[in-house]
Design a binder for this molecule. Structure first.
Ligand SMILES: C[S@@+](CC[C@H](N)C(=O)[O-])C[C@H]1O[C@@H](n2cnc3c(N)ncnc32)[C@H](O)[C@@H]1O
Length: 472
């Protein structure tokens, strides 16, 4: 336990003993670990204190800002002795926007944290005795995002656009983000200037009124093609031609300008229907040597050089020989399956978003890939149906959203008895849980390797492979 140090951080000097820390008290704290959301962790009488923007090795004067029964939260008042991992943060809003929780430590230190997060999840959640292989660093750590979704709101009498502050719908006004290419900031400012000129309103979620909700931008990393999609609480915008002319005058890489209609009271950003204001309904990009068409609704990994690494690890773990049937569940626009199609006999892809499936089908055709077919269905229902129909894939790739696989998906996967299951996941906690469920169903987790797809943020991707214990 660290006692408050009188004089240094203005603490009371009292020993904590069995006393609970009190809100607003100042304590001296050594940071000894990192939590999965990027907060540093210190201990007061065994009670965990979570401190944003701290680093292992820091000695801090911390103000207690929230006390719960088992843990509390603190805010740095003074750094008494800095961690050797510390660097000067290079973003003025990183603390407030909550995206880049690691801007204050070196990338090497961030990678060590992420390696430990994945390892802890395998052990604590999955109860798996599997050593995570060394993390693959991202080839790029800034400007890597190929997609941005800026909320637009009226705040304090002015137009604001940027990012939601953590756990709120308060918009942090920020037009440039180090994780995004600079052209995204220029396009956002063009939209705001159009809104000023033509008095176009921003969405007000408390009233369900106002027009522009989000500015959604996507840029093909290899192709350079840009999509500008305005998510609108309505079907039309004033002076649409002026908006198009302004955007095109600011950026020569735009191939698609869309008006996406979202009139629902929902946190889901993109609505179902889009109208083309200029160019094409989709952009294209090249990933792993395959050209992909991408609509606004289609999932596409946000860090393209990182995605090539990720898919490379998935390919290594899938160990295809050319004879296999590969089932790609949660396939998005078909990126994993199509990048592996030349290594197997056939690919079956399943995805729930219709526009992504349309993209996947078109992507197979435009790349001359004839051994891939795609279904629009819920992964659980499709897997159960394929299992009932006697489809026996040799390898199944699972790349679910953050919440992981539904139990019925894992049951159907086990019923199809593939030789190997490759799990690709952006949440190693749910991945560990799902690996444990497959282990209970007769699969042995063999390897796991983290891949850092999201530098400077708390997120990390991981790939695992499990093989069937019983061969029949
Ligand atoms: C993490 S993304 C992976 C997509 C693709 N494998 C890739 O790397 O681009 C997860 C995908 O699962 C889809 N999805 C979410 N829930 C689903 C469900 N219940 N059934 C099928 N697909 C689902 C999402 O639309 C998204 O495309």
């Amino acid at each position: 336990m660290q006692k408050a140090v009188p004089g240094i951080c203005g603490g009371t000097g009292k020993g904590w003993g069995a006393n609970m820390p009190q809100k607003n008290e100042l304590v001296t704290l050594d940071i000894i670990d990192m939590a999965h959301d990027g907060n540093g962790v210190g201990r007061l009488d065994g009670m965990a204190v979570f401190v944003p923007a701290s680093a292992v090795g820091d000695r801090l004067c911390v103000r207690i800002v929230k006390v719960n029964r088992t843990h509390c939260y603190g805010r740095i008042e003074q750094i008494l002795r800095p961690s050797p991992d510390r660097i000067e943060p290079d973003c003025p809003v990183s603390r407030r926007c909550g995206g880049c929780v690691f801007r204050h430590i070196s990338y090497e230190a961030e990678l060590r944290c992420k390696q430990a997060f994945v390892q802890q999840n395998l052990r604590r959640i999955g109860k798996l005795e599997l050593a995570a292989e060394p993390i693959e660093p991202s080839p790029v750590t800034d400007g890597y995002r190929n997609k941005a979704q800026y909320p637009v709101r009226m705040q304090k009498g002015g137009l604001c656009a940027g990012f939601f502050a953590p756990r709120t719908h308060e918009v942090i006004d920020c037009h440039t983000c180090k994780l995004q290419p600079p052209v995204f900031g220029e396009l956002l400012e063009a939209v705001l200037s159009y809104m000023h000129t033509y008095h176009v309103s921003a969405y007000d979620e408390s009233l369900g009124a106002g027009l522009i909700r989000h500015v959604y931008l996507r840029r093909g990393h290899r192709s350079g093609q840009i999509m500008v999609c305005l998510v609108v609480n309505g079907t039309h915008l004033p002076n649409e031609n002026a908006l198009v002319d302004l955007l095109l005058s600011r950026c020569g890489e735009i191939v698609s300008i869309l008006l996406n209609v979202n009139e629902r009271n929902t946190n889901v950003i993109i609505g179902e229907h889009s109208r083309v204001l200029y160019g094409k309904p989709a952009i294209s990009d090249v990933l792993c040597g395959v050209r992909f068409e991408l609509s606004a609704q289609s999932f596409y990994q946000v860090n393209s050089p990182g995605a090539e690494l990720l898919y490379g690890v998935a390919a290594e773990f899938a160990a295809l020989t050319g004879t296999e049937t590969l089932l790609d569940l949660y396939c998005g626009a078909g990126t994993i399956g199509l990048s592996l199609a030349h290594l197997c006999r056939q690919v079956i892809g399943v995805e729930v978003v219709p526009q992504a499936v349309e993209n996947a089908v078109a992507n197979a055709a435009r790349n001359g890939i004839k051994n891939a077919r795609f279904f629009c269905a819920d992964a659980g229902q499709a897997a159960a149906r394929l299992a009932r129909e006697g489809v026996r894939p040799d390898v199944i790739v699972l790349d679910p959203p953050r919440k992981g696989c539904a139990p019925e998906v894992l049951d159907a996967v086990a019923a199809m008895a593939p030789r190997r299951v490759v799990m690709v996941s952006c949440d190693s906690a749910t991945m560990a849980r799902d690996c444990a469920a497959l282990a209970a169903a007769g699969y042995s987790p063999r390897r796991c390797r983290p891949v850092d797809m999201f530098p400077r943020t708390a997120h990390v991707e991981a790939v695992a492979v499990l093989s069937r214990l019983k061969s029949d």
